[in-house]
Design a binder for this molecule. Sequence first.
Ligand code: KG4
Ligand code: ZN
Length: 336
Amino acid sequence: SDKIKILAIESSCDETAAAVVEDGRCVKSNIISSQIELHKLYGGVVPEIASRKHVEKVNFVVREALKEAGETLDSIDAIAVTYGPGLVGALLVGVAEAKALAFAKKKPLVGVHHIEGHICANYIEHPDLEPPFLCLVVSGGHTHLVDVKDYGKYEIIGCTRDDAAGEAFDKVARAIGLGYPGGPKIEALAKEGDKNAISFPRAKVNDSKMDFSFSGLKSSVLNYLNKCEMKGEEVNRADVAASFQEAVVDVLSSHGVEAAKELGYKKLAIAGGVASNGAFRAKMIERCKEAGIEFYHPSPIFCTDNAAMIGVCGYYDYINGVRSGLDLNAVPGLKI
Ligand code: KG4
Ligand code: ZN
């Protein structure tokens, strides 16, 4: 067929993933081998263990992705792979795999930016969505407001000054004994709590409307827990989870909508692991509706790390002529 098929590989953190994407919007397969159960034992991702597990799983997920899509290495048009940002040893596994396959099968290689991939996840289920739009990327390592000017053309217009939103979820979860990964556990516990029970601060960054700060909120939760302990009061953990989550989604959604208004954008998308949070999505729906802004979000499976989003981003890079050489390397601190 004359459709363009991209085989995509993602291994930047703790998911080994491969996918086949057709013409940039149609996901033919999306295989994810998660290491969560393994890292749970240590309360967070252990980089060296992550790399070793990727080495073990990467061939398997590639084979499964091709099989499920009904494709072979010969029938695909190009290979896309995440080369940063992320854990260097984890990234290297996907990069080395993609290079080996590209070399052996003489296929074009396209290095993809992980955060651009998260943004592109929005194209999968919204065939009508096209740039320009504004995207709020909220993951474990990043909280960015990104001006998506065109396919492959991005400008960061705001970011966190300290902790990423997902990082705050993970740290607060640890403090109230929920373990790793914190986001989904806080979301589940928050359903049993009162979001107005405790008034945690809405972090403001004085000299910028576009930037975020979450370390103050995290400290305020830790202080609250310490005070309760000192007074010998029992902590209602569900109330803490609900009130903390409310503070985060309040700040994220108001900032996002204000930024869209200020820049005159009528389309606002969210992306990254935290975008799978139901309370966050509900608040965005409400505030975007009030402001007359069209709101977009990927399904939870395309919010957390996956290779389908890398295939989508890789497709647009590919048709824009982006090609990586066989000297492609992992870039752990890659910038947009
Ligand atoms: O995008 P992602 O899978 O990996 C990175 O690129 O960082 O994001 C992972 C982050 C973690 O901090 C995790 O706690 C958070 O996303 N997360 C959530 C939820 N699911 C994942 N945060 C809040 N609510 C959730 N349901
Ligand atoms: Zn990610």
